[in-house]
Design a protein around this ligand. Structure first.
Ligand code: IMP
Ligand code: MG
Length: 188
């Protein structure tokens, strides 16, 4: 299969993904988020915690749009189940290395779907007594979120559709696409 950076539509077997946000739209919003987070943390050195694997692309673009100092660390979670449906189970695969006691922690997620991952990560991080915990997510599927959550910074609200690209995968593939694509429903 040939993948072109400027593709408007992506076919995966018999499924069709249509462009939702192009590269320029994403870059513009990520820059705004970087500026907003910098303004809110002036004079501080937060620790940005990336959630592997999905947040890596957003994470690297976001921190390069900061005008404050920062440190970075990563967590890895796994969830099992269908490639397109959140399994309702989360497991920690890689824990934090940084000492986050009394530090301002900012969790960086690619997407908040049911919200379970965020609830789980907060329950892991809170007992380590950070000064604060904030969450930045590039995408939020508000209709799908089942947990009471505070999301401090949201890139885009999106409909409850399966999306790929810019870090988001379909069975581990398509993370490297520069734009974000949504699965076209068979009803459309
Ligand atoms: P949650 O725990 O249900 O909020 O799910 C969060 C995780 O599920 C994200 O960090 C993604 O890894 C994955 N996920 C949720 N929705 C999508 C999607 O539309 N495309 C790809 N991955 C997704
Ligand atoms: Mg993820």
């Amino acid at each position: 299969m040939n993948l072109n950076f400027n593709e408007k539509v992506i076919h995966v077997n018999d499924e069709t993904f249509e462009i939702l946000f192009d590269e320029l739209t994403i870059q513009k919003r990520v820059k705004e988020l970087g500026e907003e987070i910098s303004k809110d943390h002036m004079g501080k050195v937060p620790i940005f915690i990336g959630v592997l694997n999905g947040s890596v692309i957003f994470f690297s673009d976001l921190i390069r749009n900061l005008s404050i100092n920062c440190e970075v660390d990563f967590l890895k979670l796994s969830s099992y189940g269908d490639a397109k449906i959140s399994s309702g189970n989360v497991r920690l695969i890689k824990e934090l290395n940084a000492d986050i006691k009394d530090r301002d922690v900012i969790i960086v997620e690619d997407i908040v779907d049911t919200g379970l991952s965020i609830v789980y990560m907060k329950s892991l991080i809170q007992p380590q007594n950070p000064a604060s915990i904030k969450v930045v997510t590039l995408l939020h599927k508000k209709e799908a979120t089942k947990y009471e959550l505070k999301l401090d910074y949201i890139g885009f609200q999106i409909p409850n559709k399966f999306v790929i690209g810019y870090g988001l995968d379909y069975s581990q593939r398509f993370r490297h696409l520069r734009s974000i694509y949504a699965l076209k429903s068979t009803m459309e």
